[in-house]
Design a protein around this ligand. Structure first.
Ligand code: NDP
Length: 470
């Protein structure tokens, strides 16, 4: 791990294994409370150094980092696949997004500004002049999940550094290696030695101390709802972004093109073995096209190639662990035991679950209510747009949602009434451009990512008033 300006080990280490083969990939140090204290103390110093860097210099560092990441795309992708288990083609897709994301962050940081405030419009303000200054908030703690070990790390670290903060990164215990490679590249690019710390170990052990510390001004967390709640409970008075779980719905109206819909669902429900926060989980299909949709979907899902993530052509591989695969298998079995129909898939071999379609799912079932985070979609018949929207919103989550319809009135109604952070018209929830505001409503969290929006939340406004200006 990288703490206080040097790479350091710890008395105990944790193994990182490949979820598909079970092979040991590497080991990482298990940080101690002493390491946490050192990281925070160094980050306070780092924040001072970062704040002194003009935007021009920060942009130059980030530009170099983007170039270095570009050169290291293969290494990064192979590390992602080794520790997370997603197919190499998907890992390459993830890694190739990062240089642009870093450059975007640098560009946004160059537009970080305040504004003049017309205090002369206030009583007694005639001889005054005021403006706001936007400044970095200082020490940012970034806690990230396993499923996108590079993308979701970069969505925090790049805006934080570009806007002049110091970062303490705590990557997921199962996928710390990619974050360590990125840390190395950022340091090579010229990030000041205390500007970034990457601390490895167990989140439940390190998290409370990191997130509750008063020297930390901002916690940016992506992960499960449960851990988000724990962080909110200990964070105290500081800025908090929580990008949490979901069980995203997609509505299919009778006027949709079922070929397009089934192809999009066969992708959106199964990318990264369904371990995506905006994965398609609930398909709400109008009764008029329900049977036809299942007919169109089944062969496309059965055509998904399952196998070794390093093998060319593999489209779906292991979940993050066998335990997770067992959990997903049991949620599917529970649905079938309670009246749902298994259209295809669902068999488990080790950590791999065959891509599944579960039909006739009643809204009371866990596969509809909870977050599945696995390669299955639950299909439920609905009677018209009113019931579809009601059921889409019948969730404690609200991250993404989609609707397939050629009727603009349905589309607009859905856009207004869906309680979700992002709404896709004629696509599934699984779509993201890195520059767009991204973040959920309700139990899916607080705040937005996407460099411009993340920087807004990682910086603070000060108001400056000049008096006696005559
Ligand atoms: P977890 O919530 O289990 O873990 C996320 C991170 O939090 C890990 O780094 C973990 O460390 C750490 N952590 C665990 N306990 C604490 C604690 N008490 N205090 C501080 N940090 C802690 O999520 P997963 O890694 O399993 O990721 C899957 C979840 O992430 C899903 O719910 C998914 O929907 C959500 N997610 C949301 C996204 C969004 O943008 N809304 C995007 C991607 C995923 P350790 O691993 O060491 O336990």
């Amino acid at each position: 791990m990288y703490v206080a300006g040097r790479w350091r080990s710890a008395p105990l280490e944790d193994a990182v294994t490949n979820p598909y083969s079970g092979e040991l990939v590497d080991t990482v140090p298990r940080a101690t409370p002493r390491d946490v204290e050192d990281a925070i103390a160094a980050a306070v110093e780092g924040a001072r150094a970062m704040r002194r860097l003009p935007a021009y210099d920060r942009a130059a560092i980030m530009g170099r980092a983007a170039d270095l990441v570009e050169d290291a795309v293969d290494e990064l992708a192979r590390t992602i696949t080794a520790e997370e288990g997603k197919p190499l083609a998907e890992a390459l897709g993830e890694a190739r997004r990062i240089p642009d994301l870093i450059r975007l962050s640098a560009g946004e940081a160059a537009r970080m500004h305040g504004e003049t405030v017309p205090v002369d419009a206030a009583p007694g303000g005639a001889d005054k002049l005021a403006f706001t200054l936007r400044q970095p908030c200082g020490v940012v703690v970034a806690v990230t999940p396993f499923n996108y070990p590079l993308l979701l790390v970069a969505h925090k670290v790049a805006p934080a550094l570009a806007s002049g903060n110091a970062v303490i990164l705590k990557p997921a215990g199962r996928t710390p290696l990619t974050a360590l490679v990125l840390t190395r590249l950022l340091l090579e690019a010229g990030v000041p030695e205390h500007g970034i710390q990457c601390i490895t170990g167990s989140g439940s052990e390190l998290g409370p101390a990191l997130c509750s510390d008063e020297r930390v001004r901002k916690v940016s967390f992506t992960g499960s709802h449960e851990v988000g709640r724990q962080i909110a409970a200990v964070a105290g008075v500081k800025r908090l972004s929580l990008e949490l779980g979901a069980n995203c719905p997609v509505i299919v109206m009778p006027d949709a093109d079922l070929d397009q819909v089934s192809a999009a669902i066969a992708l959106g429900g199964y990318v990264n073995a369904g371990q995506v926060c905006i994965s398609v989980q609930r398909v709400l299909a109008d009764g008029q096209v329900y049977a036809d949709l299942l007919d169109a979907l089944r062969p496309k899902v059965e055509a998904i190639r399952v196998g070794d993530p390093f093998e060319e052509g593999t489209q779906l591989s292991a979940l993050i662990s066998e335990g997770e695969a067992r959990r997903v298998e049991s949620v599917i079995e529970d649905a079938v035991a309670h009246g749902a129909t298994l259209v295809t898939g669902g068999e488990r071999a080790g950590a791999v679950v065959a891509p599944a379609v579960v039909a006739d799912v009643s809204p009371e079932l866990p596969i509809f209510r909870d977050e599945l985070f696995g390669p299955a979609v639950a299909v439920t018949p609905v009677d018209g747009i009113d019931e579809a929207i009601r059921l889409a919103n019948d969730s404690s989550y609200g991250l993404g949602a989609g609707i397939f319809t050629s009727d603009v009135r349905n589309a607009l109604r859905f856009a207004r009434d869906a309680d979700c952070g992002s709404i896709q018209i004629n696509w599934t929830p699984l779509w993201r451009a890195d520059l767009m505001p991204y973040g959920g409503l309700k139990g899916s969290g607080i705040g937005k990512e996407g460099p411009r929006y993340a920087i807004e939340e990682m910086t603070e406004l000060k108001t400056v008033v000049f008096h006696n200006v005559t």
